[in-house]
Ligand binder design. Structure first.
Ligand SMILES: Cc1ncc(COP(=O)(O)O)c(C=O)c1O
Length: 461
């Protein structure tokens, strides 16, 4: 690094510490340390201000499906900004939003033909709740407003989305939240209750039936929707047990509750399909999406909605009384179209489907380490649960987990050149979600770094 760059780097650090507020970050942790500064990306890698390379094992934040540094996608955004940088979707349309809506409808299951754009995942989750509430008012069921979601599931941070979220710690400072959020069990088979432990099908039936019991407890006439990710992220990748989603679909139909597939992470190839629900063979009433729709080259979110839900909004003076200035931004829509072109030209879904078995097998090599309790996930989306005792599945105390995750692992993995997430919003896990362009060489690099760092972590326990 030359002298000028060193000065720039120091000035940037200083300004970051003085003026920038990071999200979900303990700023006190940086009093004696640099804030990691990522300046550039190329393919599956990003580089910091000192030129050090990191394998992006989290695709930024479950976002960068096609990888970094794609000038073709960036140029599509630039061209659009020159042609029409901005126009709202409030009573006008613009061509890129129409083309993207049509394209997404062509990929979506069932009759989810209508796209309502947002700028983020939280807005998509929140919009789906509002759409459901107003839909039920328009169709003569005005008492339906409650939303069910699963323990430890993350669905976003705005007040409405936070009420759907199932993580108590990030909700408490913001109480009271909008009423109506109700929790049901998640599909963490590794931690299944004893009476269904070891039988994935029975566990799935029990977890789905808990949704029915919650609906009955709350009163079906008060329940609007149930939010489920195809694979729950928070807690460390819980795929659905066999039959789970079929049973949930039946329950939703029986009680007239809308099924929302929150695919903010799981859509756009993460599980080898454009939409995660396709992988598990269910058709929801609403799909919420964001992140991978543009691979992060510009922000965009939205929801795909069935024709049935749109129908009452097409009549008389009825209007969905909701909107966001930048939703469906022309630049973001142009970028999303270019992103999806890359998916098709480079067969990224095929790449995930071909290589996901190898990804799993490579991660499963880590089972020889005493700290690795469970390796779980699907597609290019995995969680590795760390335990204190493999035989009993004993987890770490809060204090041990704090020391392990924040005291050691987060820094050590980054220092070793791997971007991933060490998280203890449930039991302690490492989360992986690499770009969809990754192949065996990247899986091996991930495994080697994890092996080295987790071996050392064990000596700190
Ligand atoms: C399943 C799910 N829903 C909603 C959100 C919120 O998305 P955003 O951060 O874009 O608001 C996230 C974010 O990670 C998510 O994983």
């Amino acid at each position: 690094m030359n002298a000028t760059t060193a000065v720039d780097a120091a000035a940037l650090q200083e300004a970051a510490k003085r003026n920038l507020w990071l999200h979900f970050t303990r700023h006190s942790g940086f009093s004696g340390a640099d804030i990691p500064m990522i300046v550039r990306g190329e393919g599956q890698y990003v580089f910091d201000q000192h030129g050090k390379r990191y394998l992006d094992g989290l695709a930024g934040l479950f976002v960068s499906q096609i990888g970094h540094g794609r000038t073709d996608v960036a140029e599509a955004g630039a061209r659009q900004a020159g042609e029409l940088a901005y126009f709202p979707l409030w009573s006008y349309a613009h061509p890129r939003a129409v083309e993207l809506a049509e394209r997404l409808a062509s990929y979506s299951p069932g009759d989810l033909n209508r796209v309502f754009f947002t700028t983020s995942g939280s807005e998509a989750v929140e919009s789906a709740w509002k759409l459901a509430k107003q839909y039920f008012r328009l169709t003569g069921q005005p008492t339906r407003y409650k939303v069910l979601s699963r323990y430890i599931a993350y669905h976003g941070t705005s007040h409405g989305a936070l009420a759907v979220t199932g993580l108590p710690d990030i909700k408490i400072p913001f109480e009271p939240l909008p009423p109506g959020g109700v929790r049901v069990p998640n599909t963490n088979f590794y931690r299944a209750p004893e009476f269904v432990a070891g039988d994935a099908t029975a566990f799935g039936v029990w977890a789905a039936d808990e949704i029915e019991r919650a609906i009955l407890r709350e009163g079906p006439e008060s329940v609007a929707a149930v939010y489920l990710e195809p694979v729950q992220n928070s807690g460390g990748c819980f795929p659905p047990p066999p039959g789970y989603f079929d049973r949930v679909r039946e329950i939703c139909d029986k009680y007239g509750v809308l099924m929302v597939s929150d695919e903010v992470i799981c859509a756009f190839g993460r599980l080898g399909y454009i939409f995660g629900c396709e992988r598990y063979g269910y058709t929801p009433d609403i799909i919420t999406f964001a992140k991978g729709v543009t691979s992060g080259y510009s922000p965009l979110g939205g929801m795909m909605v069935s024709d049935r839900l749109m129908e009452p909004y097409l009549k008389d003076q009825n209007t969905f009384l909701h909107g966001v200035t930048f939703a469906g931004h022309p630049v973001s829509c142009a970028v999303a179209l270019a992103n999806l072109d890359v998916f098709e030209k480079e067969d990224l879904l095929g790449n995930v489907r071909t290589n996901e078995g190898a990804f799993r097998a490579t991660l499963e090599k880590l089972y020889d380490l005493p700290i690795v309790g469970d390796v779980r996930g699907d597609g290019y989306f995995y969680g590795i649960e760390m335990v204190k005792d493999k035989a009993t599945r004993e987890t770490f105390s809060d204090e041990e987990s704090e020391r392990l995750l924040r005291g050691f692992l987060s820094h050590a993995l980054f220092d070793a050149g791997l971007i991933c997430r060490a998280d203890d919003r449930g039991d302690p896990v490492i989360q992986l979600s690499p770009p969809l362009t990754c192949t065996q060489e990247h899986f091996d690099e991930i495994e080697q770094i994890l092996r080295e760092v987790l071996t050392e972590a064990w000596t700190h326990i």
